[in-house]
Ligand binder design. Structure first.
Ligand code: HEC
Ligand code: HEC
Ligand code: HEC
Length: 137
C-alpha cells in the first residue's frame, strides 16, 4: 500500500516537472515582445512575393527595434508597399532594406535576389505549409 502511494506521488511530481520544463522551453524559443512578430511580413506590391523575417533580424542577427522602427519602417505590415518609392532603385539608394543591405553591413541588395524575393509560388508554399501545421495541431 505504502509503495503504491509513493509511486503515485512520484508520478505526479515527474508530470509537474515535465509540464514546467515544457512551458519554459516554449517561452525561450521565441518571444514576440522581445523579437517582433514571428510570422513573416509578405509584400505584394510592386511585385508579389517579397518576404521579411523579424526572427532573422532580431533573434538571429541581434538588431534592435530602433534600428528599423520608425525611421525606415512603420510598425504596420503593408505600410511600405503603399509608398510609390518602395522599389529597388530606392533600396539601391540606401532606403528601406538598402540602409543595411549595401554589401557592407549586410549582403548587398543587388545580389541574391531570391533571398528576399520568394515569388508567388514561394508564398503559396509557405501558406500551404502553415495551414497544414494548424490542421495537425
Ligand atoms: C531590420 C528591420 C526591422 C527590425 C530590427 C524590426 N522590425 Fe518590425 N518591421 C519591420 C518591417 C519591414 C515591417 C513591415 C513594415 C511594412 O510593411 O511597411 C515591420 C513591422 C512590424 C510590426 C507590425 C506587424 C503587423 O502585422 O502589422 C510590429 C508590431 C513590429 N514590426 C515590431 C517590431 C519589434 C517589437 C521589433 C524589435 C524587437 C522590431 N519590429 C524590429 C522591420 C523591422
Ligand atoms: C538595420 C539593418 C537591416 C535592415 C534595415 C534590413 N536588414 Fe536584412 N539583414 C540585416 C543583417 C545584419 C542580416 C544578417 C547578415 C547578412 O545576412 O548579411 C540580414 C539578413 C537578411 C536576410 C537573410 C539572408 C540569409 O541568408 O539568411 C534576408 C532575406 C534579409 N535580411 C532581408 C531583408 C529585407 C527584405 C529587408 C527590408 C524589408 C531587410 N532585410 C532590412 C540587416 C538589415
Ligand atoms: C534585401 C532584400 C531584396 C533583395 C536582395 C532584392 N530585392 Fe527586389 N525588392 C525588395 C523589396 C522590399 C521590394 C518592394 C516590395 C515588393 O515589390 O513586393 C522589391 C521590389 C522589386 C521589384 C519591383 C519594384 C522595382 O524596383 O521595379 C523588382 C523588379 C525587383 N525587386 C527585382 C529585384 C532583383 C532583380 C533583385 C536581385 C538583383 C532584387 N530585387 C533583390 C527587396 C529585395
Amino acid at each position: 500500500m505504502k509503495k503504491i502511494l509513493t509511486l503515485t506521488l512520484l508520478c505526479i511530481l515527474m508530470t509537474a516537472i515535465y509540464l514546467v520544463a515544457a512551458e519554459n522551453e516554449q517561452e525561450e524559443e521565441y518571444d514576440e515582445d522581445l523579437y517582433g512578430p514571428e510570422s513573416l511580413i509578405i509584400w505584394e506590391k510592386p511585385v508579389e512575393g517579397v518576404v521579411f523575417s523579424h526572427k532573422r533580424h532580431t533573434y538571429q542577427a541581434g538588431l534592435d527595434c530602433g534600428d528599423c522602427h520608425d525611421d525606415l519602417f512603420e510598425m504596420m505590415a503593408g505600410a511600405a508597399e503603399e509608398a510609390e518609392d518602395f522599389t529597388m532603385e530606392a533600396i539601391y539608394d540606401g532606403e528601406y532594406c538598402g540602409a543595411c543591405h549595401d554589401g557592407g553591413y549586410a549582403f548587398a541588395a543587388d545580389t541574391r535576389c531570391t533571398a528576399c524575393h520568394i515569388g508567388v509560388r514561394g508564398v503559396n508554399r509557405l501558406q500551404k505549409s502553415s495551414g497544414e501545421e494548424e490542421e495537425s495541431h
